[in-house]
Design a protein around this ligand. Structure first.
Ligand code: 0O2
Length: 215
């Protein structure tokens, strides 16, 4: 029970979560617009799908506890940047960088932090591109800004991360060495597969371009 919020802190957090919902809605509108733009103007839409979530109060409490911070609404707001989270799943790693460049040009939010775990994977084998976006909530919320975490990864990276997260959660952060080694091994194979699939995709594009020129 210690890990949970006291009742009045929980009520404060529930009220604060409205801000995160508004910020998330703003980001999702923009991402849906980008998705429609890709559908209309790009030959193939690089976005496969977009998922979003607001972190559950239990997970917020657990993360604060893990960081050794007080389990209060105030410390959640100060310390956690991933209360509102969005994930974009795309086809190839190259698409991730294309999407990031488009995001830089948006005016509804600004990018305040970036971590590229695509070009250099984490020790676990994890690959993904992380951004913290800051959304201005406007006068209704006294011009406060609210963070939204955005993770962009390929389907293959997502497949791996979902399983690894499940295994890590099962062992409460104390994963047996043989499992973490096997997961690192799978991460390397998935990375190699991602690259080979991309080469096939590029090759087919080149063949198509050649055929178009000959028409
Ligand atoms: P959950 O349960 O997904 O929310 P910070 O979040 O900034 O305090 P950190 O860990 O340096 O600290 O941030 P980082 O590296 O950007 O990671 C944030 C999130 O990325 C994690 O959130 C995970 O969702 C994901 N992530 C990072 N590393 C791994 C990994 O090795 N495996 C998997 N499956 N996911 C990872 P949470 O809150 O840790 O977890």
């Amino acid at each position: 029970l210690q890990e949970r919020f006291e009742i009045d802190e929980f009520e404060k957090l529930k009220r604060d979560l409205i801000k995160y919902n508004c910020a998330l809605a703003e980001v999702l509108t923009q991402l849906n617009n980008i998705n429609s733009y890709f559908n209309a103007y790009w030959e193939a839409n690089p976005i496969e799908h977009i998922k979003s979530r607001i972190k559950a109060p239990e997970s917020i409490a657990g993360k604060l506890k893990k960081k050794g911070l007080p389990v209060t609404a105030e410390s959640a707001e100060a310390a956690l940047k991933d209360i509102a989270g969005v994930r974009i799943i795309c086809s190839y790693a190259k698409n991730i960088y294309e999407i990031v460049e488009i995001l830089r040009k948006q005016h509804n939010f600004k990018i305040v932090k970036e971590k590229d775990y695509i070009s250099e994977a984490k020790a676990s084998g994890y690959r993904s591109y992380h951004l913290i976006l800051e959304v201005d909530l406007g006068e209704l919320f006294d011009n406060q800004v609210c963070p939204v975490e955005l993770q962009i990864r390929t389907s293959a990276m997502d497949f791996w991360a979902t399983l690894e997260h499940k295994v890590r959660y099962k062992y409460g952060g104390d994963m047996p060495v043989h499992l973490s080694e096997e997961l690192q091994n799978c991460a390397q194979q998935i990375h190699a597969l991602d690259e080979r699939m991309y080469l096939i995709h590029e090759l087919v594009d080149l063949i198509n371009e050649g055929e178009d020129e000959n028409d």
